[in-house]
Design a protein around this ligand. Sequence first.
Ligand SMILES: Cc1cc2nc3c(=O)[nH]c(=O)nc-3n(C[C@H](O)[C@H](O)[C@H](O)COP(=O)(O)OP(=O)(O)OC[C@H]3O[C@@H](n4cnc5c(N)ncnc54)[C@H](O)[C@@H]3O)c2cc1C
Length: 308
Amino acid sequence: MPSWKKDCPCSRANEFMKPAQFEYLRAASIAEAVAALSAQAGEGKIIAGGQSLVPMLNFRLLKPLLLIDIMGIAELKFLEETPGGGLRIGALTKHHTLETSPLVKRLFPVLSEAMSHVAHLAIRNRGTIGGSLSHADPAAELPLMAVLLDARIRTASPEGGRTIAAADLFVAALTTRLLESEIIVEVELPALAPATGWAFEEVSRRAGDFALAAVGVLLAVEKGKVSSASIAMMGVAETPLRAARAEALIKGRAIDASLLDELVTAVRDACEPNTDLHASADYRRHLVGVLARRAVIAAWKRALGEQP
Ligand SMILES: Cc1cc2nc3c(=O)[nH]c(=O)nc-3n(C[C@H](O)[C@H](O)[C@H](O)COP(=O)(O)OP(=O)(O)OC[C@H]3O[C@@H](n4cnc5c(N)ncnc54)[C@H](O)[C@@H]3O)c2cc1C
């Protein structure tokens, strides 16, 4: 190879666009996947849709010795209404299913709406809820939805598994409280109060890009006042956040212009954005306030039965 070519950064980049060697196992059951993961003692990795894992393998940010493919496990593929009007979502449910399912549109329209902002159709058609929550990207829509909707995440592990509240799952960017041999099997969403108003607002640089910031809102209204509120945001901290002070501020009150100003301040105060090559921290802080204002207005209108 001519020396200019050997030293060219592009040719070096190509060297690292392939994963390191690994063994591959297609698990047929949850028990088999957990046992294989546990036997690898930290050197194994679950692969579901592969939409986040494969790029990390190709860049050699991860070099597992064994990939355990869970896409063939029938026990992880379900989407069903609970008796109380909530949802049980199997870990292999894809973004596209959550976006288009009539059941999700009826029970959790905010979730369908948020899913339409995830990447591009080809990615939504492979990526799964279990993969997205485990990957814990700070700008991913499903972790935000899990926090907004008070999701409960059910896991399986050699010890038998447990249920983790979404608020406790995310620790930092790309870091969750899942243990080395623990896999997500199901996500449960508790039912919303009747006639809950909802909204999802997001800004990304181009359609399909990861969000610069996004806000999800749920508002229940009784006798013209907010009876309960859930406001969550992402892209403005290492993990999705609930704007607890803003939620408390609007509870028991009707939404008007001066309350919205107070709310925007509370939302901006709650976030801890970083500057990166996509946007400055100041821009993200500003943006999240704008999105929160829009989302609360839209959710309020929906709760009152008006068009947002
Ligand atoms: C170009 C591009 C743009 C994207 N844009 C967005 C976007 O705008 N918004 C967004 O949210 N996402 C985006 N993504 C990421 C995408 O949504 C991924 O599909 C998702 O984050 C991971 O789901 P997956 O099933 O593909 O998981 P995988 O890539 O297979 O796995 C991801 C991680 O989760 C682990 N894992 C997978 N399933 C489980 C499980 N059940 N239990 C425990 N661990 C598990 C894996 O070991 C791995 O560490 C984008 C991806 C690409 C390539």
